[in-house]
Design a protein around this ligand. Structure first.
Ligand code: AMP
Length: 570
């Protein structure tokens, strides 16, 4: 018998993250310190300088935006830094903090230490973003066993790999801020990505904003309110979010906003009202779907299964759009926020050697073309900076390809191998990943000496470049240290060390800290009697915390949470 080690599966999302494991062949998502499966991908610095991760950090972002960071996944693989109070943090550091929090929660739930994980990333993530994700894992003290594409994980969660027949599936992922469409081909337990397209600036939040515009117009016209005043706007946006969720279930939403600028204001919204306002957004959803199908050279009727994931895929008109485009009902049975994490847990089980899933192989395709810069000679003129692809976008990986490059000058004994990723014919329009100098080419006439350049791309989207010089067989390996997002072992060690020095909020105090942060965020938005009630409940929890007596703290926290929930639902 082989010992089965536990590897966790992590969905490291833009808005929320989740962690799960495979137990008895089934994915099980693990709760955080608040007993919730969704942990907001948010980091904040508290008043005492300690770090908060998750729901408390997200709530603090509402009251102290300058000491909180959200949506940093968008900046992975770039040199961006985010300010948190007086700290500067990179997207990699921030992601490492979220990963660390998830792993602590998983360890608590499972009762043993975890040091290995599978992490999901969007299919369109390039090499730098994948490397940055691995680096974040390493800083969090994890061995990242595999980077898995989110749509592949969704297909695993839906069990498409168990179907006996060969099939084509489209995964539509509409999250809070991003939209991704992926075409998958599945046969004999092998899942391949055929094409992916998306819109990185389109998501459920835009649907909420469109309702907010509607409500703001009505607030101005029918109630004479200054809808741009920050407090009024914040309450209208919250009402818009609530209306959106209600209208996913029913045709009509009645919204009551008590004491909005001193008066009670009511709005009545129908599904038809909001769908009219969403028409431009729905039109934008069509484009990436068409593009993905075109890239995969498929007609909508060739698609056997359509899967919808991401919180905003609950919107009925988005589902209706999929029905219209594909002529069939999409699958929506799994919890749309959890499907990717479930797939990550299945993949983690596979990596760990869990027998329940050992019949499954996941392959992938290169999301971008990769190649090197080359030149050509026209008469006496050398034109350089041309992109010579070695591994084409869509190549099934793992893959290894080799191309031969000849010298352009007589007696040329060196070749600068510059590696690029992208789809443009000129290197300057693509993204540079690294370079190396290949030396000691034999002294020959132009075109008579050559170098074989081999690209090996593994399942985690990591690229190795090897150049072999003719005759001598001398091999050079590319060390891509200057790739954006790739940290050296020393840098990772330093970042890990820095993390051990960070003062974290103790995990068991998180429920209290989160309750306070959530209530504080609501306190800013409310006024009058509601504010007074909140102030009293907040005061009672703060006083109870001073006593350090759980018998006083727990009921005070529950009372505050209940009041916040009640006020939020109005
Ligand atoms: P995600 O990033 O996948 O967690 O997606 C979050 C998005 O889903 C947010 O924009 C939410 O407003 C949206 N969402 C959550 N529940 C619903 C619902 N019942 N109807 C429509 N949108 C929803």
């Amino acid at each position: 018998m082989t010992r089965v080690k536990t590897i966790v599966g992590i969905d490291l999302g833009t808005t929320n993250s989740l962690v799960g494991v495979l137990q008895a062949g089934q994915p099980v998502l693990l709760p955080n310190a608040l007993g919730e499966r969704l942990t907001p991908s948010a980091v904040a610095v508290d008043d005492d300088g300690s770090l908060l991760v998750g729901a408390a950090a997200k709530a603090r972002a509402a009251t102290h935006p300058e000491s909180a960071a959200l949506a940093f996944k968008r900046d992975m693989g770039t040199d961006a830094t985010l300010r948190l109070g007086d700290r500067e943090m990179s997207p990699v550091d921030l992601s490492a903090l979220v990963l660390r929090a998830l792993v602590k929660d998983a360890e608590e739930a499972l009762g043993h230490p975890i040091d290995e994980a599978v992490i999901t990333v969007p299919a369109y993530f390039g090499d730098a973003q994948r490397q940055a994700t691995r680096d974040a894992g390493a800083i969090a003290g994890l061995t990242v066993e595999r980077i898995v594409n989110e749509p592949t994980a969704a297909a695993l969660a839906y069990g498409l790999h168990h179907l006996e027949r060969e099939l084509t599936a489209v995964v539509i992922d509409l999250g809070g801020g991003t939209f991704d469409v992926t075409v998958l081909e599945i046969m004999e337990g092998v899942i391949e990505i055929r094409a992916s397209a998306g819109d990185a600036r389109l998501g459920g939040e835009d649907f909420t904003d469109a309702i907010l515009t509607l409500l703001a117009d009505r607030a101005r016209e029918s109630h004479g309110l200054d809808a741009d005043a920050p407090k009024i706007r914040a309450r209208l946006r919250e009402a818009a979010e609530r209306a959106k969720r209600q209208l996913s279930e029913v045709d009509r939403a009645e919204l009551l906003l008590p004491s909005l600028a001193g008066r009670d204001v009511a709005f009545d919204l129908t599904r038809a009202d909001v769908e009219r306002a969403w028409a431009p957004l729905l039109a934008r959803l069509r484009d990436p779907i068409r593009r993905a199908l075109r890239d995969a050279r498929l007609a909508p009727t060739d698609v056997d299964e359509v899967l919808m994931v991401g919180g905003a895929s609950r919107t009925p008109c988005v589902v209706a759009l999929a029905v219209e485009l594909f002529g069939k009902r999409p699958h929506t049975e799994l919890h749309p926020d959890e499907a990717v994490a479930q797939g990550a847990a299945i993949q983690a089980g596979l990596k760990a050697g869990d027998e329940a899933v050992d019949d499954l192989v996941v392959t992938d395709v290169a999301p971008f073309t990769m190649g090197i810069s080359s030149g050509t000679k026209m008469g006496t003129r050398v034109v350089s900076g041309l992109f010579s692809p070695i591994l084409e976008r869509g190549t099934v990986i793992p893959a290894s390809r080799v191309e031969r490059f000849f010298t352009l000058e007589d007696g040329q004994t060196q070749l600068q191998v510059e590696v690029f990723q992208g789809e443009h014919s000129l290197c300057k329009d693509n993204q540079k990943l690294g370079e190396m100098l290949v030396t000691q080419l034999p002294h020959r006439r132009a075109g008579e000496a050559w170098v074989d350049v081999r690209f090996t791309y593994d399942l985690n989207g990591i690229l190795e470049v090897e150049a072999t010089v003719m005759d001598t067989g001398r091999v050079s390996h590319l060390v891509l240290e200057r790739r954006p997002g790739k940290l050296s072992a020393t840098q990772i060690e330093r970042a890990r060390e820095a993390m051990t020095r960070i003062k974290f909020h103790p995990r068991d105090s998180l429920p209290n800290r989160t309750a306070l942060a959530r209530a504080d965020a609501l306190y800013v938005e409310t006024s009058g009697y509601e504010r007074e009630l909140l102030g009293q409940a907040l005061g009672r929890l703060r006083a109870a915390l001073e006593t350090q007596d759980a018998a006083l703290i727990d009921p005070a926290r529950e009372a505050l949470n209940a009041l916040v929930a009640q006020l939020r639902s109005r």
